[in-house]
Design a protein around this ligand. Structure first.
Ligand SMILES: Nc1ncnc2c1ncn2[C@@H]1O[C@H](COP(=O)(O)OP(=O)(O)OP(=O)(O)O)[C@@H](O)[C@H]1O
Ligand SMILES: [Mg+2]
Length: 221
């Protein structure tokens, strides 16, 4: 059956998801495959509006359930209007965060029961689930330090509401992601996210080639 591959990047704050998603998109593009690089929350005009709302900090006080529903509203639109059509036309979709972020942030580290999240995931994304998820694993404090450095370098606004949570929250995120990987080993690969961006990229490429090498022609190797 024709159809593209759906690859997601997951991991805590500053683990390198956005950096590695961009690099992987370039790598797959060199192999002559059409790639859509997207992100969550976001990826469509409506979902980007939800992103602004959630990251503005005004939603946290309404609790993790309301927040999870907003993420899934954004995800439903993202899947229906961007991800599913792209995959159906044979493009590969590389997405910076997807449902595992909701499982971990609002589920494991929040208060939303896992069965509720799984039900909402079926409603919002249906059969459109990642073929491969790369979980970038790094000590929570080290990831946060990278995120802080990035913000200072760009002199951008303050930390977003998730970044501002205490270290124990971020440690729960890390454990949550390792739990997701353990529960779904066929889909997930845990990537050591320490070291230089090039070193991490090498590990990402190995994981992708290990899984989809046959689809990536000589040029990409
Ligand atoms: N391997 C690395 N070593 C050192 N710095 C890195 C590495 N990878 C990325 N960075 C830098 O760390 C910061 C965070 O990286 P990036 O934005 O890719 O992480 P992220 O996982 O997308 O973060 P967030 O969860 O906040 O979106 C950036 O300034 C980036 O340039
Ligand atoms: Mg990012």
């Amino acid at each position: 059956m024709a159809g593209g591959k759906f690859i997601t990047f997951e991991g805590g704050e500053g683990s390198g998801k956005s950096t590695q998603a961009q690099r992987l998109a370039a790598f797959v593009g060199v192999a002559g495959i059409e790639v859509v690089l997207t992100r969550e929350p976001g990826g469509t005009p409506f979902a980007e509006q939800v992103r602004d709302l959630v990251l503005s900090g005004t939603t946290a006080k309404h609790g993790a359930t309301a927040e999870a529903l907003l993420f899934f509203a954004a995800r439903a639109d993202h899947v229906e209007t961007l991800i599913r059509p792209a995959l159906a036309s044979g493009k590969w979709v590389i997405c910076d965060r997807f449902t595992d972020s909701t499982r971990v942030y609002q589920g494991v580290a929040g208060s939303v029961p896992a069965d509720v999240i799984e039900m909402l995931n079926r409603v919002a994304a249906g059969a459109t689930q990642p073929d491969l998820t790369l979980i970038l694993d790094i000590d929570a404090a080290a990831g946060l330090a990278r995120a802080t450095e990035r913000r200072e370098a760009k002199s951008s606004a303050g930390a977003d509401p998730f970044e501002q949570r205490d270290l124990s929250f971020h440690q729960r995120l890390r454990q949550g992601y390792l739990g997701v990987a353990g529960a779904d080993p066929g889909r997930c690969r845990v990537i050591d996210a320490t070291g230089t961006p090039d070193a991490v990229q090498q590990r990402v490429h190995e994981a992708v080639l290990g899984r989809f090498g046959a689809h990536l022609s000589g040029k990409a190797r």
